[in-house]
Design a protein around this ligand. Structure first.
Ligand SMILES: NC(=O)c1ccc[n+]([C@@H]2O[C@H](COP(=O)([O-])OP(=O)(O)OC[C@H]3O[C@@H](n4cnc5c(N)ncnc54)[C@H](O)[C@@H]3O)[C@@H](O)[C@H]2O)c1
Ligand SMILES: [Zn+2]
Length: 372
């Protein structure tokens, strides 16, 4: 069970502050409707010096004005967006722009974007001059509840995803649901599956909220969005505070990710948005748990119902089970021979298994509808 002893202090009016504790560092997350407009005050309070914004042309077109209003006139570093640009070449472009802009150790990178921009700009901040301050202003739901929090930054290598990276806790994260107004529905939905994940691992109330408020959530109503985002951020902050380097507890965040990652990998990251693959992964984990008698079937059905309500998922029927198993086997090698498979034993509570067999996984993938 998670406790919230570390988190939640109100600072700004109408905003919630949630702290991530990493070693002796405190990395605050501010969540509030319109909070991006208070960026200057928050960054001043955090002692963040000169701000250099890194974003993408698309995101800057939508939200650049807002940031200029908040921070004053600025010349952003714009890099192309999309998973295939999350690489060292883009990082190199950011370094170059930082040098040309005269960035020094007192400067801060402000990453305005989804997980791709946050991870890439974050890695540049973690390594430029052996590390300068990073501020995250996430613009996708996935980034607001997940990737901007916890200090993992990095890029892909031609031989694999997220192979190059660092831990670099942001000096501040500003989570403003107003930025989600322009997000395409499919991207938004992808983030909602991660919210469902937080519900599955730590909060029945959050799970029920997504089920109940799905319409208002898709309408981006702040009344529905704010509590769901705040609760998700709290859960992530609490888990990271207890286990920054993923030696144990942080693994529960990987609920649905063993099968999810494998589905993304076998389709070369082209078919699924990340959250969609995780939705399948959660269905697989729930099925495995039911098969072991560890989860009541009504709970699995409740999960399946919420996932179905949020919208259609790309098909999996053509994907060979053998290919998926091969990726999972490779993952397992990466973690010293043991596959840590997280299951929910009820909505809101987890258990990590390290004895899941290939036969079991085969059964699960068959029932998920993959091909033999
Ligand atoms: N660091 C971590 O802990 C962590 C955790 C989870 C995921 N990730 C990473 O996050 C990445 C995925 O992030 P993502 O899902 O945010 O995708 P993304 O960054 O690719 O953004 C998705 C799309 O939405 C567009 N977009 C972003 N914000 C917008 C807005 N407000 N309005 C309109 N369009 C907008 C982007 O231009 C892009 O085309 C992956 O690379 C993944 O590895 C990292
Ligand atoms: Zn994820």
């Amino acid at each position: 069970m998670l406790s919230y002893q570390h988190v939640a202090v109100d600072l700004l009016k109408d905003a919630v502050r949630i702290d991530v504790h990493a070693g002796s560092q405190v990395s605050p997350i501010w969540v509030g409707d319109g909070i991006a407009g208070s960026a200057a005050a928050i960054l001043d309070g955090q002692g963040v010096g000169r701000r250099i914004v890194v974003s993408s042309p698309t995101i800057w077109r939508h939200h650049g004005d807002r940031l200029v209003r908040a921070l004053g006139p600025l010349e952003p570093i714009l890099v192309p967006d999309g998973e295939r640009f999350k690489n060292l070449q883009t990082v190199s472009r950011v370094y170059e722009a930082l040098i040309r802009a005269g960035a020094d150790r007192a400067s801060a990178v402000v990453a305005l974007g989804g997980g791709v921009i946050g991870d890439t700009a974050g890695f540049a901040a973690a390594t430029f001059l052996r590390g300068i301050a990073l501020v995250q202003i996430p613009t996708t739901l996935l980034a607001q509840v997940d990737s901007a929090i916890g200090g993992k930054v990095g890029v892909n290598h031609a031989l694999g995803k997220n192979l190059i990276g660092a831990f670099h806790q942001p000096a501040a994260v500003l989570v403003d649901p107003q930025l989600l107004g322009t997000l395409p529905r499919r991207e938004f939905r992808s983030g909602l599956y991660e919210v469902v994940k937080y519900g599955m691992i730590a909060s029945r109330a959050l799970f029920d909220r997504v089920a109940r408020d799905s319409k208002a959530l898709f309408a981006r109503s702040p009344d529905a969005l704010l509590p769901a985002i705040i609760e998700s951020c709290r859960i992530k902050a609490e888990v990271v505070s207890q286990d920054e380097r993923e030696s144990g507890l942080r693994r529960i965040l990987n609920y649905g990710h063993t099968v999810g990652h494998a589905l993304e990998s076998v389709t070369k990251y082209r078919r699924f948005r990340h959250g969609e693959a995780i939705a399948y992964g959660m269905l697989a984990a729930a099925d495995l748990a039911v098969a072991r008698g560890a989860l009541a079937d009504v709970e699995r059905q409740a999960l399946a119902k919420v996932i179905a309500r949020l919208g259609p998922l790309p098909p999996v029927a053509d994907l060979p089970i053998g290919d998926v198993l091969q990726v999972i086997r490779r993952d397992k090698k990466v973690v010293a021979g043991k596959l840590h498979f997280v299951i929910a034993i009820q909505i809101g509570a987890t258990l990590t298994l390290d004895d899941v067999t290939e036969d079991e996984l085969t059964g699960v993938l068959e029932r998920l509808g993959l091909s033999r």
